[in-house]
Design a binder for this molecule. Structure first.
Ligand SMILES: [Ca+2]
Ligand SMILES: [Ca+2]
Length: 486
């Protein structure tokens, strides 16, 4: 009997050890994997930030409960291309000259090792799916920083696209309708595509899930770029059903908000007035057009969250659940009419503030940090968490101490740049904006979250302005050429 028990135990151990080796190939190394998840244009009007907010994001909340949620995280640039280039290169825009969506980052890229490239060179297997780079950037990087990739479609992100805009908007409005331009197919929303399985984000996440299932050796760095809630706000009907138009929420808007601004500051916002002008111009055709647009953003954001959930489920069910660092970010925020503005391209809280969540080995769980961190901090943090050799010349700061203990003191504000020498400094209390021509704004954001009262001329705030001024980047390199060669 004793011999029998011995043999049963012996074979059971062999069997279990064998199974373990087969099911958990990551045990061959001790370095953690990285699941790097981007959302595009996801703002802070979500229930992640406040349960009273209208946008439902159960999966971001789930991830936050398993890790550290940075409540005051900021993009380093307020648009896709410069923000993504900044966080992927680990350099702030004023040090590279990549300031706008048309900036050709090839010239700035050649001497820089991008984040996934660094992981690849350190022996990681790298995967990239969906929108990680901005569209045209993918054209010449060819995603070679990834061993395997599903490149983001370049021109028609949701191809096949509807023949005509589903929202009925055909032209941009401006003061002289004679010059009205055909509206972009991206300035649209609705139930699309007919087969929800064809949605660009569904395909992006499916590809990543498949790669996760088939991954065998080496630690991996997997980048997954969810394109919603970026326009077009296309999603399956069940997501529109969650937001009845009648009861959908609108942000608070102050019609006199620009009265305390210098002309340069007003012009800075109005450069991108075509969206708000178009809503105004479309009112006669459809009085609720603006409300429908705001609602469609909410739908698109919840759909993006749903795709995040599918990715998190797949990780949870994989052999890598315990040994993978998950970092979730959005490339910048989004205005839904606040400051008479739509989209990004400005330096206010709505455009700069992003969801930023970390979970996994070395990271405490269910904690919130109020440290003013920024996306450029991701590069050195991931390098340190994964035990890779530290990388010289990065502009960000590792936040590993905050990930271990979110109450750790953090003495740095976040810097956001848009265009050449226009900056915002965000401390825990204030937002200070200084534009190229010298226009300044100061908001006590902790008391005035809408940033309605510009305090820059109030002498009692001068000491704060002087202190915030010291964080404005001293170097502002010339802009790189734009990608069309202009
Ligand atoms: Ca974006
Ligand atoms: Ca104001």
């Amino acid at each position: 009997m004793r011999t029998f028990v011995f043999f049963v135990t012996f074979f059971a151990v062999i069997l279990l050890t064998g199974c373990k080796a087969k099911d958990q190939p990551e045990t061959r190394n001790t370095q953690p994997n990285v699941l790097f998840i981007a959302m595009d244009d996801m703002n802070d009007w979500t229930q992640l930030f406040d349960e009273k907010h209208p946008i439902k994001t159960p999966n971001m909340i789930r991830l936050a409960k398993n890790g550290v949620f940075f409540r005051q995280a900021y993009a380093n640039a307020a648009s896709c291309n410069p923000s993504r280039f900044s966080l992927l290169s680990g350099k702030i825009p004023s040090n590279t000259g990549v300031y706008g969506n048309s900036s050709d980052w090839k010239s700035a890229h050649d001497h820089l090792e991008l984040l996934p490239e660094y992981f690849k060179n350190q022996g990681y297997k790298t995967y990239g799916s969906g929108k990680i780079f901005h569209h045209h950037a993918a054209r010449y990087t060819k995603y070679e920083v990834f061993d395997e990739s599903l490149a983001f479609p370049l021109s028609r992100p949701d191809a096949p696209m509807p023949a005509d805009n589903l929202n009925g908007i055909t032209h941009w409005y401006n003061k002289d309708l004679q010059q009205a331009k055909k509206v972009s197919p991206n300035f649209d929303w609705g139930v699309w595509p007919p087969d929800p399985g064809e949605h660009v984000d569904h395909r992006t996440v499916n590809w990543a899930i498949e790669k996760l299932k088939n991954h065998t050796d080496k630690p991996f760095f997997m980048a997954v770029g969810i394109f919603r809630p970026h326009m077009p706000f296309f999603a399956p009907s069940e997501f529109f059903d969650q937001y009845p138009v009648k009861s959908s929420a609108l942000p608070e808007i102050n019609p006199n908000d620009f009265d305390d601004l210098e002309d340069e500051s007003v012009r800075f916002v109005k450069r991108h007035a075509r969206f708000m002008n178009t809503f105004e111009g479309e009112k006669q055709r459809d009085p609720s057009i603006f409300k429908k647009a705001v609602r469609a953003y909410q739908v698109a954001a919840t759909y993006a969250d749903h795709q995040l959930g599918r990715m998190l489920d797949a990780l949870q069910q994989s052999p890598y659940a315990e040994n993978t660092i998950v970092v979730l970010w959005s490339d910048h925020g989004y205005h839904l009419g606040e400051k008479d503005h739509w989209e990004k391209f400005v330096l206010y809280e709505k455009a700069c503030h992003v969801p930023f969540i970390w979970a996994g080995p070395g990271i405490t769980d269910n904690k919130v940090s109020n440290a003013t961190v920024s996306l450029v901090d991701m590069y050195p943090t991931l390098v340190e968490l994964c035990g890779l050799p530290s990388k010289e010349g990065l502009d960000g700061r590792s936040i590993t101490s905050l990930l271990a203990d979110p109450s750790t003191r953090w003495a740095f504000p976040a810097v956001t740049t848009y265009g050449h020498n226009n900056h915002a400094i965000r401390s825990d209390q204030f937002r200070y904006i200084r534009l190229q021509g010298g226009a300044k704004e100061l908001y006590n954001t902790s008391e005035d979250p809408n940033e309605w009262e510009n305090l820059v001329k109030d002498p009692s705030y001068q000491k704060w302005i002087d202190s915030l001024d010291t964080w404005i980047p001293a170097q502002n390199v010339e802009p790189v050429p734009n990608w069309k060669g202009k």
